[in-house]
Design a protein around this ligand. Structure first.
Ligand code: FBP
Length: 699
């Protein structure tokens, strides 16, 4: 039935229709009204900054040489103050211009960093101005900025994304780019610049702090990334920053979706859902997802890479040699780990489940990591020595492969130690096209490998499928049959279960799910084995009920692939992230107001109850290490990967078998539910933090 236009117009004028079609949902109204609590340090009129020598760092000599003005920085503690002496108060409350930029991938909570900074700056002096640089670091270099207003702050308060000023991934890594930044800071009369970003962006912050030191322009970093890999400890192991912001929200968002798949999977019982989750290198997001959902299998790269192939080692030992290739993770081993779990669940009668694969797992696989490093270096060297970059000159996969083949030949002929040998070329050509394409993808401006573009799950699952096929041929992969069901099916056709049971199952007589004997892998072998055991005569057909049981034992391995990344990254922040980021914004202002530079704003005790949160400034320069980037060694802020000795990992390890639920009973899936903004159901911090806090003496 169609409505006349006049009817539709009337409908659109109806207030109820307007309400339900408005972009302002009820959830949004409630979200915006939330006022994140201030931690104790920010409940006074002012704050005080105290340097502490309590925390030591292992300073890298290169960092000391390249960042001399900020290498001696110490941890700064922020405490509340009702009054300050005149000199400090004048500095604290002076009018300031502060620039802020988002850098790298979006992370829920960024807008609240701006909100906290804006409110603290305006409270100190209402004339102070905050400028938001547009589209990431490019905005600084091109002086593309907007002045942040109270309306803008209100419009984006507690909302996800970096929508207000957008973001970008440009690295400020040349003297020319540094000069452009200086020009912009001077043109806007900036007193301070705030860089909200991950390891690479905080690296940018440290170099800019050094560069702008003489100009008196302060630079402060803020730990952002859903990957959760900015975690800072002092040399004695004391936790200074337990987690970057955005991690909790992304993990909760992924977990809600994955938990829904757990429900679907255990209802329809026919699919294995393969869930790749973001996290460029570190598996923190996968670990938290495991804790949130209890998925059947969760791979953790940092754990798997410690693998030692004992059989291979033993073989070599007997031959009187050491086989170094026995150490470390290979694609083959990874697929075996997954297969083992699938086979165990199948034996328990469960031909379905959830596998969580961190996108960065490739980084932990020996052979792939070698390819990533070699190809990054080859591409970087090519770009440095040619007019056109590698990808423009070699647009198609065939062109790239041709280039690599010629490179291997040329290096062999020149007698050089080859970065790309004929052997590399052969191994690389054995990989599927889509995977080759992924490994040859364009690196970002920081030289990072784009893990999110590689179909890691497809590679791993391809191998899993092949290996399962092989196991099936050997009769080692079959679905366990419930003994009661077996009896029922046979008795329905007036057959004696005891006549067929011993011939059909290798564990006949047990109460556990019954497993078809290994010799029986087809209807043909079924007939042969039943006849051999005397359960049927030589020329007698297999009874349909027995065939039905056999068919039921044959696994069909059906998968559905999912990728969780950008969706969680764009989610509106949890209350934890809203509160964390708002306080980070307040912390940034305190650091600036007390003259700090080259520091990263952080909250100590984030893993404990909110009442114990303590804002601090962490010196960035002493955290820098030399790492290979774009084929060269460069100073960068070290990424934190999952610590396999941490309580969070050890708990997951201990419960792994329980969550795999390779038994006929109920699955152990957990339903974290959607992120809730109101009510008491939402947890107040990531489970990873809760567990890791238990490992702390003061926890
Ligand atoms: P940041 O470290 O910049 O926060 O980004 C993290 C991340 O979301 C990774 O998890 C992912 O691999 C990558 O960004 C994706 O990058 P892009 O946005 O360039 O596709």
């Amino acid at each position: 039935m169609s409505h006349k236009p006049s009817t539709v117009e009337k409908l659109l004028e109806n207030p109820e229709v307007q309400e339900v079609t408005s972009s302002v949902s009820r959830e949004l109204v409630e979200r915006k009204a939330f006022e994140p609590p201030r931690c104790k340090a920010f409940q006074g009129r002012y704050t005080r900054l105290r340097e502490t020598g309590e925390y030591l760092f292992d300073v890298d000599a290169h960092a000391a040489a390249q960042l001399p003005s900020i290498i001696g920085n110490r941890v700064q503690e922020i405490t509340p103050e009702e009054d300050l002496d005149d000199r400090v108060k004048t500095a604290y409350t002076r009018r300031r211009n502060i620039g802020i930029v988002f850098s790298g991938g979006p992370a829920p909570g960024g807008h609240n960093v701006i909100a906290g900074l804006f409110e603290a700056a305006k409270a100190a002096d209402p004339e102070s101005r905050i400028f938001g640089f547009l589209m990431g670091p490019d905005g600084i270099m091109e002086n593309e900025a907007v002045e942040v207003t109270r309306e803008m702050v209100e419009a984006y308060r507690n909302l996800g994304g970096f929508t207000m000023i957008k973001t970008g991934r440009t690295k400020i890594d040349t003297p020319e780019k540094m000069s452009l930044c200086r020009e912009t800071c001077k043109a806007l009369g900036l007193d301070a610049l705030v860089i909200v970003g991950g390891d690479d962006s905080n690296t940018n912050a440290a170099f800019l702090a050094q560069e702008l030191y003489e100009d008196g322009i302060q630079v402060i970093g803020v730990p952002k990334t859903i990957d959760g890999d900015i975690q800072v400890r002092g040399a004695q192991g004391n936790v200074l920053c337990a987690m970057s912001f955005g991690f909790h929200t992304a993990a909760r968002a992924f977990s809600n979706n994955i938990a829904n798949l757990c429900t679907d999977s255990s209802s329809d019982v026919k699919y294995w859902h393969i869930c790749k989750v973001m996290g460029r290198v570190a598996s923190h997001l996968a670990l938290e997802t495991a804790l949130q959902t209890h998925a059947s299998i969760t791979l953790i790269g940092e754990d798997l890479c410690n693998y030692v192939d004992k059989e291979r080692l033993e073989r070599a030992r007997k031959e009187g040699r050491t086989d170094y290739k026995a150490y470390g993770l290979t694609l083959r081993h990874l697929s075996r780990v997954v297969c083992k779990a699938i086979v165990r669940r199948a034996a328990a009668g469960k031909n379905y489940g959830l596998i969580v694969i961190p996108e960065g797992v490739l980084e932990f696989i020996n052979e792939i990591q070698t390819f990533i490093i070699k190809l990054s270096k080859i591409i970087a060297e090519y770009n440095e020595t040619h007019d056109k970059d590698f990808h423009t000159r070699h647009p198609r996969l065939e062109d790239k492969l041709e280039y690599l083949k010629n490179l291997a030949r040329r290096l062999r002929e020149e007698g050089q130690i080859p970065i790309w040998s004929d052997h590399d070329d052969e191994l690389f050509n054995d990989l599927p096209d889509f995977f080759q394409e992924g490994l040859l993808s364009e690196r970002d401006s920081h030289g990072n490998f784009p893990f999110s573009l590689v179909e890691t799950d497809k590679v791993v699952m391809g191998l899993v499928r092949d290996y399962l096929g092989w196991l099936r041929e050997r009769g080692e992969y079959s679905i366990g049959i419930d003994p009661a069901y077996y009896r029922k099916v046979l008795e329905k056709d007036s057959l004696d279960p005891v006549r067929f049971g011993p011939a059909l199952f290798h564990n006949w007589g047990e109460e556990a799910p019954l497993l078809v004997r290994r010799e029986i892998i087809s209807r043909k072998t079924l007939r042969q084995e039943l006849a051999r055991a005397g359960a049927i005569g030589e020329n007698e057909p297999v009874p349909p009920a027995v065939e039905k049981i056999f068919d039921k034992s044959v696994p069909k391995f059906k998968t559905q692939a999912h990728f969780y990344g950008y969706d969680g990254r764009g989610n509106d922040p949890t209350r934890f992230d809203c509160t964390y980021t708002y306080n980070l914004g307040l912390c940034v202002f305190s650091l600036i107001a007390h003259g700090a530079t080259g520091q990263m704003a952080a909250i100590r005790n984030l893993e404990l109850d909110f009442s114990r949160w303590e804002p601090i400034g962490i010196p960035i320069a002493p955290l820098m290490r030399l790492e290979e980037r774009k084929g060269k060694l460069a100073l960068v802020l070290e990424k934190s990967v999952v610590d396999v000795d941490s309580p969070a990992f050890r708990v997951v390890e201990a419960l792994r078998d329980k969550w795999m639920a390779a038994h006929p009973g109920e699955d152990e899936f957990r339903r974290p539910g959607p992120i809730r903004f109101s009510g008491r159901a939402e947890e107040d911090r990531p489970i990873t933090l809760v567990l890791n806090a238990m490992g702390r003496e003061d926890g």
